[in-house]
Design a binder for this molecule. Structure first.
Ligand code: LMR
Length: 387
């Protein structure tokens, strides 16, 4: 049966974790996979999460099934965080998913089922798992320019030219904030231009909002998403709490979909239920239960907000420090979230690994917050030498 399978290369990003762990040098710098790190290099569990887990342990009465939609209250608590008080809420349905990946995959499966001819336009570069994950569902993807690594800037005109080719019903995969892998987000005027295009040409935004709160704060980080969702007749938003609650391995996501009207939204919900049933049946509970407890409790929610703001401030401070180190790194300060991309050749990236124990993705993407107060200048000096 399995003889015909082709060998697969390990996922390059996840392989970096193993490579870095295996490096015995104490001064190694892990700026690979996108997890938040504190100034000591750790990824501790948030206070609010620990407190919610205690409450969960003490008060949970049953572990019986919740159904394919997962924890409906968790989903409803996220709704205002993502959409604010935007109109048309009664046309938006939401379900819990196993992480942001699960949300993307469920959305892609729904698209394939609804219209096998639909295409998803996706800016380049993008998170390396985007294309395989969505193509796996059988949806055709169309790559278009987004960011130029060498000039360190968004190629907005080229992007809009390419998006003009999209037909009514085609989808635009958009990074809601904290663009992965570049850190280069659209500004509000650019989001407005995309929203206008969406409305004019009947396009369907598919927003990946995986880092809300880690760019400029919860509200500003949702501004672009809200603009395009409001402009669109139909839209999808894949959301993740894995990063902003630091519950990575708990796989805590959700998918929201806006239909043309309430009847269509209801039909979408039913289809999400039946698709989820065939993939994971029901999403894992723990992460969503923890997030629900935090968001439902004023004190825990305030504490989580404080912790999120601290994480965000640390990222911003590291960005400012890198930018101040050398004019060639100045662009990093104007970007958002965990990632930025260095215009380095693959050889340079590999050399940084062997010479300095610096572990970043082959693309030149690095996790800004993987740096510590001690390592940031060392990192900058090593990198600048290779630019
Ligand atoms: C990343 O891009 O590093 C994270 O989103 C982790 C992942 O799953 O790739």
């Amino acid at each position: 049966l399995f003889g015909g399978l082709e060998e697969q290369k390990p996922d390059a990003l996840l392989a970096l974790i193993g490579m870095c762990n295996a490096d015995p040098r104490p001064e190694k710098i892990d700026v690979g996979v996108g997890v938040y790190r504190d100034s000591a290099g750790g990824t501790p569990i948030l206070r609010a999460v620990k407190a919610a887990e205690k409450i969960l342990l003490e008060t949970q009465q049953t572990k019986t099934y919740l159904g394919s939609q997962g924890d409906a209250h968790y989903v409803e608590l996220l709704r205002p965080i993502i959409f604010g008080d935007a109109g048309d809420q009664d046309r938006i349905v939401g379900v819990q998913t196993p992480g942001g990946c699960g949300a993307l995959r469920l959305g892609a499966d729904l698209i394939a089922k609804a219209n096998p001819e639909a295409r998803i336009f996706v800016g380049q570069p993008t998170w390396p798992n985007h294309m395989p994950l969505i193509e796996c569902a059988g949806v055709k993807m169309v790559a278009h320019p987004y960011y130029d690594r060498d000039s360190r800037s968004i190629t907005f005109d080229a992007m809009m030219d390419a998006l003009n080719e999209a037909r009514a019903g085609d989808l635009l995969l958009l990074h809601g904030c904290c663009h992965n892998p570049t850190g280069a987000d659209l500004d509000l005027d650019q989001w407005k231009a995309v929203a206008d295009l969406v409305a004019r040409n009947g396009l369907v935004p598919f927003v990946d909002l995986a880092y809300q709160g880690l760019g400029n704060g919860l509200e500003p980080d949702a501004a672009g998403t809200r603009l395009v969702v409001e402009a669109a007749e139909q839209a999808l938003v894949a959301h993740s709490c894995d990063k902003n609650f630091g519950v990575y391995r708990e796989r805590t996501g959700s998918l929201f979909i806006k239909g043309r009207n309430r009847t269509e939204a209801g039909k979408v919900f039913g289809n999400l239920m039946s698709l989820a049933r065939t993939m994971w049946s029901m999403p894992p509970d723990h992460g969503a239960a923890v997030v629900r407890i935090i968001l439902d409790d004023a004190e825990l929610r305030a504490d989580w907000n404080t912790e999120l703001q601290e994480m965000c401030a640390r990222i911003r401070a590291l960005r400012a420090r890198l930018a101040a180190f050398d004019p060639r790194l100045a662009y990093i300060d104007g970007q958002n979230g965990m990632f930025s991309m260095l215009p380095l050749s693959k050889e340079a990236v590999v050399a940084l690994r062997s010479e300095h124990g610096i572990y970043m993705a082959d693309s030149g993407r690095f996790n800004v917050v993987g740096l510590s107060d001690e390592s940031v200048d060392r990192f900058a000096a090593a990198v600048v030498e290779k630019l």
